[in-house]
Write a protein that binds this ligand. Structure first.
Ligand code: TMP
Length: 216
């Protein structure tokens, strides 16, 4: 039996992580066995790589090619050790970011050749692709306002990627919208600049219609 794989994507401050948690809770209430993963990370190797990527822990400049390969390495580890076995066991996998983050951030954002980013990542995921991707869309300004608000309350600081500048993040957001246009069957755009309940209901309606078509 094959499980169900759903990824959540979006620019900074789009609310992916909050909505991923709510979606997991709803699926569990409905009796689904859910495995939740986040990228970069989700495995011991992946979390070690996350630390390098997010916090500049080496103190060394990370080249954009290195960055692309590190994100892809993280993804390969996660796909092989967590996602594939969970799907093979018929579970529902919810991923906070997956392959589209690489195409949006390293391809469109960093301006590496899109075809190369796709090839590296196809190698990394080895055929493991989401059945559904929820793209939580928000403008760069609105997303960063949310992040600043969150950081004020938690004392968190902007990480290496968040500090990449507004132009970069505009390219990422536009990249996501382009990827969605190219993959209309898999990617559903959700307007995330609304109150939490409206976004959450939209997500649940989309997931329910997928569940109706599949038996997990
Ligand atoms: P987040 O999990 O807090 O959103 O942080 C992940 C950061 O890493 C975010 O800025 C997006 C970035 N990222 C990439 O640039 N490429 C990738 O492939 C992934 C998974 C994340």
């Amino acid at each position: 039996m094959n499980g169900l794989f759903i990824s959540l994507e979006g620019p900074e401050g789009s609310g992916k992580s909050t909505h991923a948690k709510q979606l997991i809770q709803k699926l569990e209430e409905y009796g689904y066995e859910v495995v939740s993963v986040r990228e970069p990370g989700g495995t011991a190797t992946g979390e070690a790589i996350r630390n390098i990527l997010q916090h500049d822990s080496t103190g060394e400049e990370i080249h954009i090619e290195t960055e692309a390969l590190l994100f892809a390495a993280c993804r390969a580890q996660l796909a092989q050790s967590v996602i594939k076995p969970a799907l093979a066991a018929g579970k529902c996998v919810i991923a906070d970011r997956f392959i589209d983050s690489a195409i949006a951030y390293q391809g469109y954002g960093r301006e590496l050749a899109i075809e190369t980013v796709i090839k590296i990542n196809q190698f990394a995921v080895d055929g493991t692709m989401p059945d559904l991707t929820l793209l939580l869309d928000i403008t760069v300004d609105a997303g960063f306002n949310r992040i600043m608000e969150r950081n004020k309350n938690t004392g968190k600081k902007l990480d290496r990627m968040e500090l990449a500048g507004k132009d970069f993040h505009e390219k990422v957001r536009n990249g996501y919208l382009e990827i969605a246009k190219l993959n209309p069957d898999r990617i559903k755009i959700i307007d995330s600049y609304r109150d939490m309940e409206a976004v959450s209901n939209d997500i649940w309606d989309t997931v329910k219609s997928l569940l109706a078509k599949q038996t997990v």
